[in-house]
Design a protein around this ligand. Structure first.
Ligand code: GLU
Length: 421
């Protein structure tokens, strides 16, 4: 079955829904359950005021979409970007439900976003935006309700402000109200690296299947935010040959391998890849089309579409970002035999260690980094094996297999719980 739409590429929600529909049909899911699980449970839109550094009052739009609480409290990141839309947050919230179910952790899915341009905001403004947004959605979040985490353009500091705002309002410190916090504030060892590490573990598993060695595996990483930079660093350390790295300012390409620690130091200092001398300069889009074994898009959504999917030369696609590939591109990659590790599996290491953080905060007892990395590996390996065997059993691509596995798990919980009336 082809999902291709010749004229129009799909939005994030449409992409999620197209894949959901295929998986639901393959599972013979009941019509009513299909309609229910395709829809968000709750969509919150807030317009809130913030006093800017120049003394003027500005009004911001914020969203929190809670897709499902069938398997546990909602879980999912909060992103800051001028491009945030309800459609995007709605699609990503549903993806969080499927992601948590793929790795079999006891959460539902949610996502939040504030329409703003963090590159133009001071720390003070970011703090006031974060605190007021948190106050606006306060009744709907909390350790048992919905637990935010970092996502695009938010970080440990953002989570510290959310945790503090929540705690001040409920009059006691609730570290389990968010994850991805600083280590000194109930954060977890290994959380910062977790998404990148999870991508590497998934890639390692694929390499085992193909009989490849990391040393002979050329990797291109697109995106140098938390996910891309940690994945590049960890994969470089474990012997992979990183030959290309790109971000919004462009890319660096070097067939003899890039010195990743040096490149990351440079980007840390100058906040751009421009001017880095350790390879040839290459365009941000072209980097996706270079010859390599592994392509790891870790920047943003819809970068691989029907327009460039046939130019992707990688044999293995590891989706570090959420929704980097559109459904029409899925079809092209599948026909061309590219082995895709879909986002809801490849980047699930982040939410898995978020789960560990939430457990540790609730226990008030913290685990060593070795224990965390060990448990993360166990979960990622078993999810990888689960998705690949589902794909072989049902003769579908890995993405549809991951959706089927996840939807089936959520549907089983729904059936056991019944519908409250
Ligand atoms: N924002 C991350 C994601 O999309 C992490 C979510 C979390 O840890 O709750 O998976």
């Amino acid at each position: 079955m082809s999902l291709a739409q010749p004229e129009k590429e799909l939005s994030v929600f449409e992409s999620m829904a197209a894949r959901f529909d295929v998986a639901a049909r393959k599972l013979n899911l009941d019509d009513g359950v299909t309609r229910y699980l395709r829809t968000s449970n709750r969509e919150i839109l807030v317009h809130f005021p913030v006093i800017m550094d120049n003394g003027k009052l500005e009004v911001f739009d914020g969203y929190r979409v809670q897709h499902s609480i069938a398997r546990g409290p909602c879980k999912g990141g909060l992103r800051y970007s001028p491009h945030v839309t309800l459609d995007e947050i709605r699609g990503l919230a549903a993806e969080m439900t499927w992601k948590c179910a793929v790795v079999n952790i006891p959460f539902g899915g949610a996502k939040g976003g504030v329409v703003c341009d963090p590159s133009k905001l001071s720390m003070g403004e970011l703090e006031r935006i974060t605190r007021r947004y948190t106050a606006e959605i306060l009744d709907y979040i909390g350790p048992e309700r919905d637990v935010p985490a970092p996502d695009m353009n938010t970080n440990e500091q953002t989570m510290a402000w959310i945790m503090d705002t929540y705690s001040m309002n409920v009059r006691h410190t609730v570290t389990a109200s968010v994850t991805g916090k600083p280590l000194d504030l109930g954060g977890s060892a290994g959380r910062r690296e977790a998404t990148g590490r999870g991508c590497m573990i998934a890639a390692d598993q694929a390499l085992k299947r193909f009989g490849w060695r990391p040393e002979a595996t050329r990797v291109i990483v697109q995106g140098l935010g938390n996910v891309g930079s940690q994945a590049a660093r960890l994969m470089h350390e474990s012997g992979y040959k990183i030959i290309g790295v790109g971000d919004i300012t462009g890319g660096v390409f070097n067939t003899s391998g890039i010195n990743i620690p040096r490149l990351l130091d440079y980007v840390g200092q100058y906040k751009t890849l421009e001017g880095y001398e350790g390879g040839d300069n290459i365009g941000a889009q072209e980097i996706l089309e270079q010859d390599c074994e592994v392509l790891l898009p870790a920047a943003t959504e819809s970068v691989i579409t029907s327009k460039n999917a046939h130019k992707v030369k990688a044999h293995l696609l590891v989706e570090g970002a959420n929704s980097p590939t559109t459904p029409p591109a899925d079809d092209i990659l599948f026909e061309r035999g590219v082995f895709v590790i879909p986002d809801i599996l490849a980047n699930a290491g982040g939410v898995t260690v978020s789960y560990f953080e939430w457990v540790q905060d609730r226990q008030g007892y913290f685990w060593s980094e070795a224990t965390i990395n060990d448990r993360l590996k166990q979960i990622m390996v078993s999810a990888f094996d689960g998705v690949v065997s589902f794909s072989e059993k049902h003769k579908v691509n890995n993405r549809i297999a991951a959706y089927m596995l996840a939807i089936d798990r959520v549907a089983i919980t729904l059936k056991l719980r019944g519908i409250y009336a």
